[in-house]
Design a protein around this ligand. Structure first.
Ligand code: PLP
Length: 412
């Protein structure tokens, strides 16, 4: 998908960096592993801390003031996330442990309904979190998994869409943006094809969520999964958003306290949304922290952030293009990708390269990035992935490029 080229704007990452305590305790750190986990601003850490110090109690059941306060905080967190996603109805937000938790929740709920012969369409670019839950579902139900192929640069190839989206297709589940290539998925044709056969569309938004609020209804998808720790929030929290009519049709796949109206020894009547899909004590303080992260992101000048990230990604790509023996993975067009770049340095294992970076205080990720089928497609064991966030600056890019030069001298 082609993103629009933002106007160049002034942006000061040094000021942003000051808002992140991790950089005070690690002043030399060049953190370029933001696709794995972003860092937390003080505003998020303080929101969690304040909740734990002043409002900690279990939610929904207690009638004493502290329990009511905690329940209200959890409720308000859901409202904030609804705002971040542009959802009109906050009960469409189901808190989970993360993207993986959200997709497993959906897969387990679908398992109740699907039967042999039904089909689910995925793509070859998917993170294991959007592959294994469907493989497990397929083993349980006999549902057939089909896969959209990729273009040579690793984008989802839509040319075979109409052959692959059959009348038997019940769900199309693809990533919104790849954690390996950075490519942003072209959604229009995919959603039209899925909806033409009444199949629902799930987007794995793990990589997209940190780039600002969404307009979920305008996107036109039916389900959306994201992780808090990849959008400047706490670990252990994420969400599944779903269209209310579809969520209501899902039989709760997991049971426990808090998700029922009435229980007998051999049956139960589930509660309304969202509680019916959130059994047990939820991650309350983490939800408060995630809401603080969403609020923090919504306060930013996101156009300026986007422009800053494009500038850095362009500088990185230009620098890498100057090295002999480096193969860049993913779209060559800057505006078809997020601010992450995977590379293969000929004859060098990504772990060795990552170690050279680590020795110089540069944190990147080397390996298969939980996308083994994609690595097989590229004929690679793994890549070295550099993923940027708003607190990175030109010196981070230049230090990385210098380290590659040194790595070439040492390792080749
Ligand atoms: N999907 C994508 C595209 C990812 O990049 C990741 C994590 O790297 C996940 C899913 C899984 O996210 P989590 O481990 O937070 O559940």
């Amino acid at each position: 998908m082609q993103m629009t080229k933002p106007d160049a704007m002034a942006f000061d990452p040094a000021e942003i960096k000051k808002l992140f305590p991790i950089f005070s305790s690690h002043p030399q750190l060049r953190y370029l592993d933001n696709a794995a986990t972003t860092q937390c601003p003080a505003a998020v850490i303080q929101a969690v801390d304040l909740h734990e110090c002043q409002s900690r109690a279990n939610i929904s059941r207690g009638i004493y003031p502290l329990a009511e306060e905690a329940t209200e905080a959890y409720h308000q967190a859901r409202n904030m996330l609804a705002q971040y996603l542009g959802a009109q109805d906050a009960s469409e937000i189901i808190f989970t442990s993360g993207t993986t938790g959200a997709i497993n929740l959906l897969a387990n709920a679908y398992a109740v309904d699907l039967k042999e012969g039904d089909e689910i369409l995925l793509s070859l670019v998917e993170h294991h979190s959007n592959l294994l839950p469907w493989q497990i579902l397929s083993r349980r139900t006999g549902v057939k998994l089909r896969f959209l192929p990729l273009t040579a640069d690793g984008r989802i190839d839509m040319r075979s869409l109409h052959r692959l989206v059959t009348e038997r297709c019940r769900l199309v589940a693809v990533t919104h943006a790849s954690n390996v290539t950075g490519a942003v998925t072209e959604l229009g044709p995919l959603i039209d094809a899925a909806h033409s056969v009444d199949a629902a569309v799930l987007l794995d938004g793990a990589q997209m969520a940190q780039h600002g609020p969404l307009d979920i209804n305008a996107l036109g998808v039916d389900f959306y999964a994201l992780s808090g720790h990849k959008m400047f929030g706490p670990t252990g929290i994420g969400l599944l958003w779903g269209r209310r009519d579809l969520l209501e049709k899902l039989a709760p796949p997991f049971g426990g306290g808090g998700m029922v109206h009435r229980v007998t020894i051999d049956s139960f009547e589930p509660a309304e949304l969202p509680a019916r899909l959130e059994p047990g004590t939820p991650p309350i303080a983490q939800a408060v922290g995630l809401a603080a992260a969403a609020a923090w992101l919504m306060e930013l000048d996101l156009k300026a952030v986007e422009s800053h990230l494009y500038h850095l990604t362009g500088r990185l790509l230009d620098g890498l293009n100057n090295f002999p023996g480096i193969k860049l993975i993913g779209p060559s067009d800057l505006y078809q990708r997020l601010s992450l770049v995977s590379l293969d340095l000929a004859k060098v294992h990504p772990h060795d390269l990552s170690q050279i970076f680590a020795d110089r205080g540069i944190a990147v990720r080397g390996g298969h990035h939980c996308a083994e089928p994609l690595m097989r497609f590229f004929g690679l064991m793994g890549t070295t992935r550099v993923s940027l966030a708003l607190y990175n600056d030109e010196t981070d890019i230049d230090a990385l490029l210098l380290a590659i030069e040194e790595a070439q001298r040492i390792l080749i």
